[in-house]
Structures are given as structure tokens and as C-alpha cells.
Design a protein around this ligand. Structure first.
Ligand code: HAS
Ligand code: CU
Length: 574
């Protein structure tokens, strides 16, 4: 059975696999609830920081920031991911999940985990409840949250592990029946992403279960902050590719079809996902260039690996643009660039994904700046960094998810999208809002405006000689943030109203055409997942054993983290 099988007309996904469609829908709805609440946190914050409207007290700023960060980058992204991955496994292997009770179990674990963490965060608003979790989405020590927050995270991650197991089981079953066949492309993407996830989450599992949870329960007195930070970033870099991989899956397998063409190269797509499995984890120290207690040499290794890690995204830019160009030429497009004009720009799914890709090119360039060890000192902890990640996770990922929903919705619900014009307006609004906001954030970072503070003006310290620049940037951030919020409201409204539409009569073409250069052109070794996993583990060992060993031997497994300060300071403060 080939990957790109036809499920058209009366044989829509929802008709063929009704229970699986229900599960995918549940995952998507959960993701959209998180999107709505997270976006509300976003607008409150954008207007607060820019000092236009202050709906909250500055004391609650970190509660809102944590809510915004956790709900959007953990819940919105990963619920959407499990929905898309389930859809992709079922359709590409052309078989139902093995046991729907198991599937519902991991979904419910993820819901329970989100609810636990969400309650701990929201309690931060109520002074009479002695519970809070104002630790931001990078929840490392010395910030401490209520145990419920960490327990929620643990439950959520266990849910994702079981989800991966569910998909592996489907593949094992398929493999037994299809000996010698190439793994269908979408399944290949899901499986390699999950292998990367299993490796990456080891860091956060140890951080939470061994250190943070016992510490917040009072079972251990202290932790080594540098150690928990390092374990966090062991996970904190690869998690960004975990958000990105479902977007890449959609760019590789759906965007070419929407453009009217075919994927340029299946083998290149496989190479890209293998490279992410190999290189996503041994780079986390690029978030710690300014951390004392990690030798420069280890930071240099992380930088070198990060530069190699640009390769799969550069390959993606080439392959996806080539596929879109192929589509345009099939539609009669000509010339060096004028083919762009014949693309289906009125289709919100196409336009949203294409604009997401365009913005990712800019986000990728700001990532290259971040990754340079010396230039990172200029931008670290400034507003530049939120500028970077609102282009990557906030646009490449979020806009692709919203745009692709316009294409997935009919297959999953048998309802047509209520208004494609509102859809188109909404994705373009996101693009415009994000252009304003992220550009201003990058520029603000360059003049030294810090990230993560409700009051960016320290007394007696001006960031810019001329008020006008800061004022103009403030304005762009506030307007941009407002447009983004309106865009989310239009998206959610459009989806909700679509569900009230009567079942659609007309056929919906959900086929995905085969690649121009198909799987048979790919060397067989690419499908050897055990080999790639072994090499990935080896690279992680090479990158992390020595720095972590040094951190523990200097600062102690459970602190006091003397590696961070000279011993005489510790003596003075203790
Ligand atoms: Fe990053 C910080 C380096 C990618 C997210 N990053 C962050 C943080 C987040 C984040 C959330 O080295 C902040 C964490 C915190 O709170 O402290 N990042 C990189 C590099 C890349 C990169 C080198 N980041 C991402 C992605 C993210 C993400 C992806 C989320 C999804 N990042 C860093 C570094 C820091 C950092 C440092 C620490 C900064 C500090 O000091 O704190 C690369 O992977 C980027 C490669 C991308 C490209 C672009 C390729 C272009 C493509 C477009 C194709 C076009 C299409 C359109 C599809 C080279 C693929 C076709 C349509 C037509 C019409 C033709
Ligand atoms: Cu990173």
C-alpha cells in the first residue's frame, strides 16, 4: 500500500475511520481551547508590556506569561501534533489504531496533565490559594512551582510516550504484513519524530521526577540549578523541532498537493527527518552560552552541531519550494518568478502555509544569529529572542496548524469550512500582525530591551537615547499583538460555526499525489530506524556526558551549585 493513497469523496477519513476521526478531532479541539486561552494571555501581555492598557497588576505578569507560554507551546502545539500524527499514521498505513481504548487513554492522560498544570498556574491569580506556578514554560530552578504543576507535566509527557507507542505498534503490525516495503512517507516522519522525542524527553523526565518534584514536595532541600537548567535545555531545544515536525509533515505532504503539484523528492524528505533525529538533541547548550559553569569547549561543540542542524531546514526550503514551483508550472505558471502568480492564493490552507514558510525563512535567519556563540551575547535575554520564536513556533508552526485545519476539517467532520474568505483574511492578518510584532521585538532586542519583564524601564536607565524609537516599537508590538489576537478569534469562530453547518454534499478531494522522485529512489538504509537511533544516542552521549559530569562534580548532584559562584560567595551567603 503506498503512502499517497486515495481517500476521496464518500471515502473520506471520517467515513472510513470514524473512531479515529473522533480521536483526531478531540486532539484538535483540545489544542484549539489551549490556543484561545493562550492567545488571551498574549494580548493581555502585549498591551501590558507596551503600557497601553494594563488589565492586570504587574505582580501577576509572570502568571499570565506562564499561562501564555505553557498553553501555547506545550498544549496547543502538542495536542495538534498528536491529532495530525494519528491522522497521518492511520491514513498512510491505511489501517485503524490497534485498540481505541488505549488511544483514548493517552489522550485523556494528556488532558489530565494539562488540567493539573493549568490549575496550578491559574491558582497564581488567587491570593487566598497557597499555590502557584509562575515558572514560565522554561520551568527550571531556582524558580519553583507547586508540585501539581510538575506532576501535571509528568502525566502529560507520559501521555505522549504512550501515543508514540500506539503509533509504533501500528507500524510493527503493518511491517509484518508488508515485508520488504518502504515505510510510507508520513509514517516515516511520525516515527522518526517520536524517536527524537523519546531521546529528548529523558532530560526533562529526570529533571522533573528526580529533582524538581521532590524539591517542591520538600523531600529534598535543594537542587543544583545549573544541572536542572542543563537537563531542561537537553529537552528544550529538541522540543522546538517536535513542534515543527508536524508542520514539516504538512509542508512536505499536503502543501505540494494544494499548489497543484507533487512532492519533489521523497528521499530528500527522509534524509531531513533522519538529520533531525540525529542532531536535534546534542545542541541544547546553545541556550546556555552565558551560563557560568560550562566550559567554553562544550559550548563550541553545541554551536558546531547547531550549524549542522541548519542543513535539514535548508534542504526543506529547497524541496518544498521546488514542489510548490512544480505545482505552479502544472497550472501553467512560467518564468523565473512569475509562476508565483498562478498559485491558489485564494485558498486559506495554501496561503497560510506558504506565508508560514516565508516567515520561517526570517525566523531561521534570526536563529542563525542566536546560534553564534559570540553574537549571542548581544541578544541573549533581550526582546530579540521572543521575536525569534514568534516567527518559528508562533508562525511557522502556529500558522501552518491553523491553515491546515481548513483542509483537514472537511475530512474529519464532513462539514465544509463556513467561510473561506474569513479564513483567507485571518491567515493574512496573522502574517501582517506578526511582521509588525516580531520585527519590533528583534529591533527592541538590539537596543537592549530585556525579555520577560513587565517593567522594561529600570529606574535611571534608558534603553535608547531617542524616545521615538522605543515609542514606535511599542506601538508596533501593541498593534501587531492585537491583530494576532483578532486573527485567532476569527479562526476559532470560523471553525466553531463550520461545525454547525449541515453535512456537505459535494465530494472533497483528500488524495495526496505520489512524489516525483518516490521512495524507491531512497537508499534502503534510510529506513533503518534502529541504526539512526543508535547514532543519535551516541551523539547525545558525546555532547552531554562530560559537561553534565563536570556540573555534578563541581556543584553536587543536589547542589548547592557551587559551580555557579566562587566558594567564598557561597560561604558568605550561607
Ligand atoms: Fe530557536 C531560542 C537557534 C529554530 C524556538 N528558539 C529559541 C526559543 C524558542 C525557539 C522558543 O542558538 C526561546 C527559548 C527560551 O525561552 O529561552 N532556533 C535556532 C536555530 C534554529 C532555530 C539555529 N527555534 C527554531 C524553531 C523553533 C524555535 C524551529 C520553534 C518551532 N533558538 C536558537 C538559539 C536560541 C533559540 C541559539 C537561544 C537564544 C538565547 O540566547 O536565548 C534553526 O533550526 C533554524 C533553521 C531554519 C531555516 C529556515 C529554512 C526555511 C524554510 C522555509 C521554506 C519555505 C516555504 C514556503 C515552505 C534555515 C524551511 C514555500 C512557499 C512558496 C510560495 C514558495
Ligand atoms: Cu535551541
Amino acid at each position: 500500500m503506498s503512502d499517497q493513497d486515495a481517500l476521496t469523496g464518500e471515502r473520506l477519513f471520517v467515513d472510513r475511520f470514524p473512531e479515529e476521526a473522533r480521536i483526531v478531532r478531540a486532539a484538535l479541539w483540545s489544542s484549539f481551547v489551549a490556543l484561545g486561552i493562550g492567545a488571551l494571555g498574549g494580548i493581555i501581555q502585549a498591551l501590558h508590556r507596551t503600557n497601553y492598557f494594563r488589565f492586570i497588576d504587574s505582580a501577576d505578569y509572570y502568571t499570565v506569561l506562564t499561562l501564555h507560554g505553557v498553553l501555547l507551546v506545550i498544549s496547543f502545539t502538542i495536542f495538534f501534533l498528536v491529532g495530525v500524527f494519528t491522522w497521518a499514521m492511520v491514513r498512510s498505513l491505511d489501517r485503524p489504531v490497534i485498540d481505541t481504548r488505549f488511544t483514548w487513554t493517552w489522550y485523556l492522560l494528556m488532558v489530565a496533565g494539562t488540567a493539573m498544570a493549568g490549575i496550578a498556574i491559574l491558582a497564581g491569580f488567587v491570593d487566598s490559594i497557597p499555590m502557584s506556578a509562575d515558572v514560565l514554560f522554561t520551568f527550571y530552578a531556582p524558580l519553583q512551582a507547586h508540585p501539581l504543576f510538575y506532576a501535571g507535566l509528568a502525566v502529560f509527557i507520559i501521555g505522549t510516550w504512550l501515543a508514540g507507542f500506539d503509533w509504533f505498534r501500528m507500524w510493527w503490525q503493518w511491517r509484518d504484513e508488508n515485508e520488504g516495503e518502504r515505510i510510507p512517507l508520513q509514517a516515516f516522519m511520525v516515527l522518526t519524530s517520536m524517536l527524537m522525542w523519546y531521546i529528548a524527553t529523558l532530560g526533562v523526565a529526570i529533571e522533573v521526577v528526580v529533582f524538581l518534584l521532590p524539591w517542591s514536595l520538600g523531600l529534598i532541600e535543594q537542587v543544583n540549578p545549573l544541572l536542572t537548567r542543563t537537563l531542561f535545555w537537553f529537552f528544550g531545544h529538541p522540543v522546538v523541532y517536535f513542534w515543527l515536525m508536524p508542520a514539516y509533515l504538512l509542508w512536505y505532504t499536503v502543501l505540494p498537493k494544494l499548489s497543484g503539484g507533487r512532492l519533489f523528492s521523497d528521499p530528500l524528505a527522509r534524509v531531513v527527518f533522519v538529520l533531525f533525529l540525529l542532531l536535534s538533541t546534542p545542541v541544547g547548550i546553545h541556550h546556555q552560552y552565558v551560563d557560568p559553569g560550562i566550559a567554553e569547549g562544550f559550548k563550541f561543540i553545541a554551536m558546531t552541531n547547531t550549524m549542522f542542524l541548519l542543513l535539514p531546514s535548508l534542504l526543506t526550503a529547497f524541496t518544498v519550494v521546488a514542489s510548490v514551483e512544480h505545482g505552479a508550472r502544472q497550472r501553467g505558471g512560467e518564468g523565473y518568478l512569475s509562476w508565483l502568480g498562478v498559485l491558489p492564493w485564494r485558498d486559506p490552507a495554501f496561503t497560510g502555509m506558504a506565508l508560514a514558510g516565508l516567515m520561517f525563512a526570517a525566523g531561521g535567519f534570526s536563529g542563525m544569529v542566536n546560534a553564534g556563540m559570540n553574537i549571542n551575547y548581544l541578544i541573549h535575554n533581550t526582546l530579540w529572542v521572543p521575536g525569534h520564536f514568534h516567527l518559528t513556533v508562533g508562525t511557522a508552526v502556529a500558522l501552518t496548524f491553523m491553515a491546515s485545519t481548513y483542509w483537514l476539517l472537511p475530512q474529519l467532520t464532513r462539514r465544509s469550512v463556513y467561510s473561506r474568505r474569513i479564513g483567507l483574511f485571518q491567515v493574512v492578518l496573522w502574517f501582517v500582525g506578526m511582521t509588525l510584532m516580531s520585527n519590533a521585538m528583534h529591533r527592541g532586542g538590539l537596543i537592549g530591551i530585556p525579555r520577560r519583564t513587565a517593567e522594561p524601564q529600570y529606574s535611571g536607565f534608558a534603553f535608547d537615547a531617542g524616545f521615538s524609537t522605543v515609542g514606535e516599537l511599542r506601538f508596533q508590538i501593541a498593534i501587531g499583538g492585537t491583530l494576532l489576537f483578532i486573527s485567532v478569534v476569527l479562526f476559532l469562530g470560523n471553525v466553531i460555526v463550520s461545525l454547525l453547518e449541515p453535512p456537505m454534499e459535494e465530494a472533497f478531494d483528500a488524495t495526496l499525489p505520489p512524489a516525483l522522485s518516490g521512495p524507491s529512489d531512497a537508499p534502503e538504509v534510510l529506513d533503518n530506524l534502529a541504526l539512526w537511533t543508535a547514532i543519535a544516542v551516541l551523539l547525545v552521549i558525546l555532547a552531554y556526558v562530560l559537561p553534565i559530569g563536570a556540573i555534578i562534580s563541581e556543584g553536587g548532584l543536589f547542589g548547592p551549585g557551587t559551580g555557579t559562584y566562587p566558594a567564598w560567595i557561597i560561604e558568605v551567603i550561607s
